[in-house]
Design a binder for this molecule. Structure first.
Ligand code: F6R
Length: 364
């Protein structure tokens, strides 16, 4: 049942305010700002490292979480693609928390990476959508993301629910380790509870996003740029676009542009810039201006302040509501997903069943 939508992907994008609210409610019970994990507790004071392993979109959720665990909980974090991790035989200390993120819970490489960590890591924790999956069963602790069944091959609502749960886990780590004060934790909790409202406001930008996507559908290559928390999202936006529209896309850290990819920029190259008005905004804008000076076509995704400051000379803008800096990657997932969706629809590709892809990759 597509609930009145043309595709499951559209339905799943639209469901995000509701499922993200569910994920937040289940880890952040009303009446307090404490993150509460289901089942056993985890004590982050006993751990000195976090190793996160996943594939595809779940890997980009892990890369985003690295910023959160480092900044909020001051924990060293390693993130790896499961197919590389499993054969590299990385040393794992017994003070490591090994964390596996998987929507299906059946991804062969991620499961193999988990088994590699058995008996080595202090604890094996998974962040999964399918609670009865192999990865959930073989973990010491499984944290459900409450996204509900995801049918579209391109992962959307699972990604924002993974991010929400990972951010709450980072807040729990910060509380255990005393790296955030009560006020900072309360700020994050309030922002998380307000997330469904801003996600709805992002969804309201659907028409503006469709117009930008119309332009993207003519392109052969598209670049996504972001800095800090927006860098993993730039890669996720590029992955979404390539898998369903078959347009070649790459996500780059804005600061890496001049180390190579700027050579690609000409008047045929659309560049999507993900840039909330945060502490690194000015740097990203100066990278964006380098793109425009070479006639690259910029789609700027930002908030009112960011657009007011930087819209001169851009091709189009996509306006997002203001949000707590930590939560921006969750909110900016919506325009990333909708850009890919509408581009694919404009090109007439099979959005829910893109060629050559399977929903669950159970072979390596
Ligand atoms: C992208 C996508 C894939 C999956 C990857 C991992 O839209 O769906 O990249 O994210 O195959 O799958 P799970 O999360 O089931 O382990």
């Amino acid at each position: 049942d597509k609930g009145g939508h043309k595709h499951y992907m559209a339905k799943e994008i639209a469901e995000q305010p509701v499922v993200v609210a569910e994920a937040i409610r289940s880890y952040l019970p009303t009446g307090g700002d404490q993150v509460v994990l289901p089942g056993d507790d985890l004590d982050f004071t006993k751990l000195d490292r976090l190793t996160m392993v996943a594939c595809g979109t779940a890997f980009y959720a892990c890369l985003t979480a690295k910023y959160w665990f480092e900044q909020l909980a001051k924990m060293p974090v390693e993130v790896d693609i499961a197919s590389e991790f499993r054969y590299r035989e990385p040393p794992i200390s017994d003070r490591t928390l090994a964390l596996f993120v998987s929507q299906s819970g059946e991804t062969a490489d991620t499961l193999a990476a988990l088994r590699y960590c058995e008996g080595k890591a202090d604890k094996i924790v998974s962040v999964v959508n399918v609670a009865e999956s192999s990865i959930a069963r073989e973990s010491d602790m499984a944290l459900p993301i409450h996204a509900g069944v995801e049918i579209g091959v391109a992962s959307t609502k699972a990604f924002t629910c993974q991010l929400s749960v990972l951010l709450m886990l980072a807040l729990k780590a910060a509380a255990d380790r005393g790296t955030l004060n009560d006020e900072e934790i309360a700020d994050h909790a309030a922002a998380l509870r307000g997330l469904p409202t801003v996600l709805n406001a992002a969804l309201d930008q659907n028409d503006a996003i469709r117009q930008s996507a119309q332009r993207l559908s003519e392109a052969r290559d598209v670049l996504f740029l972001g800095r800090g928390l927006m860098y993993p999202l730039a890669m996720e936006g590029a992955l979404k676009l390539k898998e369903i529209s078959y347009i070649h896309a790459e996500g780059y850290a804005s600061g890496e542009l001049k180390h190579g990819p700027i050579a690609l920029i000409d008047k045929h190259m659309p560049v999507v810039v993900m840039a909330p008005r945060d502490a690194v905004f000015d740097k990203t804008v100066s990278n964006m201006q380098e793109v425009m000076a070479r006639k690259g076509k910029v789609i700027l995704v930002s908030d009112d302040d960011g657009i007011a400051e930087a819209e001169d000379g851009v091709w189009s803008t996509i306006r997002m509501p203001h949000v707590h800096t930590s939560l921006a990657p969750i909110l900016y997932s919506v325009p990333a997903q909708l850009l890919a969706y509408h581009t694919a629809v404009a090109k007439g590709t099979d959005v829910d069943q893109p060629r050559n892809l399977a929903k669950s990759v159970t072979v390596e």
